[in-house]
Design a protein around this ligand. Structure first.
Ligand code: AMP
Length: 441
């Protein structure tokens, strides 16, 4: 929105954290970013204010869809999610050049990872032809992009057939950029990667770059939770390990009013408080860390809710013997694989009082029927609170799978499309794909 001087989430993180490390993964080329290099008050184009008439929009999307052996798309959720952006650009009188990755071909051409069948599927969804270029750069892509007329759509072959994509190669980024005259990033799932098509390419569009609708919705949702939540803000964090959620927990206790911890990771917290967790998953090396997290939460007046009772099993499988016991008195040889009925009731009460809810990670091993009641109950509680007017964000892998599996996604304010990207975003990191659009870089 041109002229809008609202402080964005990225800008706020940049301001709050000073110069920072941009992460540890080897594929991040921009290791250290100076947040002041971002023009934090830049007037940005948005999908609503941008007029695509006569423009050739180069749109990074996530068409990494599951396919069967014959190449048929078996789950087109991601393809459907990009339709509003594509339709808006076309309806304006623009043309659309779509680029995406599919699978992990590791820089080589792998026939089974071609995007060609996806072009056919997309054509059905859009109800119009979708052209296909057999390479994402080179003569075929250039010719087809140049010949594209207003209202037409072209899909480029898998970006990751070129090693330069994941390496964030500048010349490759430039070659891609020359296909269009405006850059749209609508691929939140890869926003945490400083790849050519997600980040580096933006520098070739100093003014003409914007987020697609899907990406904007993710950014706005995180903003509603982390920047300016209606209170109380309740965070529900679950899943298997504390280690993978530690940075998220640290960031959340600085912001939320109540923190519900469930799933396997709760064991480490319960043991850190002196409880017996039997053969349940525990990260012994993180007991001190768990204690510190709880102390910090207390110091900040954040109520931490751990399971009161748990469903225990004598083996990690769906036909194991099960029982319910106090969460801090799990017998040796037994393991907690779900939260119990008292925990469900207590957690529900907290969730139903919330005005803003963030949920990341299941309450138990929800993939197995005997251990899914806790996760179902949380999904229902979040949906009920949302029905009553709370804002809810479900993000990060398995909790998204859970709300989809239980048919409750439609009753959640925002279900994130990016697992790893959402996790890093919730850690308070600046995602390179977002910074590249918001900054001038
Ligand atoms: P994460 O990827 O860290 O969000 O963890 C998700 C996984 O945690 C799911 O596959 C669950 O089955 C698993 N999980 C949840 N609760 C438990 C538990 N109590 N013990 C072992 N694994 C669990």
């Amino acid at each position: 929105m041109p002229g809008d001087l609202r402080e964005t989430h990225v800008a706020k993180v940049a301001r709050d954290s000073g110069p920072f490390e941009q992460g540890t993964r080897s594929d991040r080329r921009h290791q250290v970013m100076d947040p002041w290099a971002l023009d934090i008050f830049a007037a940005m184009l948005t999908m609503d204010t941008f007029d695509a008439k006569g423009r050739k929009a180069l749109v990074r999307v996530d068409l990494n869809v599951p396919q069967d052996a014959a190449g048929h798309v078996t789950d087109d959720t991601r393809a459907k999610a990009i339709l509003p952006t594509v339709r808006k650009l076309i309806n304006d009188g623009g043309s659309v050049i779509l680029m995406s990755h599919l699978g992990r071909p590791k820089g080589r051409i792998v026939a089974s990872m071609s995007l060609e069948p996806v072009a056919d599927h997309l054509a059905v969804l859009l109800g119009m032809p979708v052209q296909f270029a057999s390479d994402c750069i080179g003569p075929d892509a250039r010719a087809k992009a140049a010949a594209l007329k207003p209202g037409e759509v072209l899909l480029l072959e898998n970006l990751r057939f070129h090693p330069e994509e994941e390496a964030g190669d500048e010349a490759f980024s430039k070659a891609l950029s020359e296909l269009g005259d405006v850059y749209v990033n609508d691929a939140f799932g890869t926003a945490h990667r400083a790849h050519a098509s997600t980040t580096v390419i933006a520098k070739f569009f100093p003014e003409d770059k914007l987020f697609g609708y899907l990406m904007q919705a993710e950014i706005d949702s995180v903003g509603k939770v982390l920047d300016d939540p209606e209170r109380p803000l309740v965070a529900i964090v679950g899943g298997s390990k504390v280690s993978s959620k530690l940075a998220v927990l640290e960031n959340l206790i600085a912001k939320c009013d109540a923190l519900i911890i469930g799933g396997g990771m709760a064991n480490t917290f319960i043991k850190a408080r002196g409880g017996e967790v039997g053969a349940g998953l525990v990260e012994e090396d993180l007991l001190d860390t768990a204690r510190t997290v709880m102390e910090k939460a207390t110091a900040r007046n954040v109520a931490v809710h751990l399971p009161i009772d748990v469903v225990v099993a004598d083996a990690f499988n769906a036909s194991a013997n099960t029982d319910v016991c106090a969460a801090d008195q799990v017998p040796d040889e037994w393991m907690a694989l779900d939260i119990g009925p008292e925990s469900i009731q207590a957690f529900r009460d907290v969730v139903l009082d919330a005005r803003t809810i963030l949920w990341n990670g299941p309450m138990g091993v929800f993939e197995m029927a005997p251990f899914q009641q806790g996760t179902i109950a949380m999904a229902r509680a979040v949906a009920e609170a949302t029905d009553k007017g709370a804002f809810s964000l479900v993000g990060g892998g398995d909790s998204v799978a859970a709300v989809n599996q239980f048919g409750l996604a439609g009753r959640i304010s925002h279900v994130s499309t990016g697992g790893g990207a959402m996790l890093e975003y919730l850690e308070g990191r600046v995602l390179p794909g977002i910074a590249a659009i918001q900054g001038h870089g």
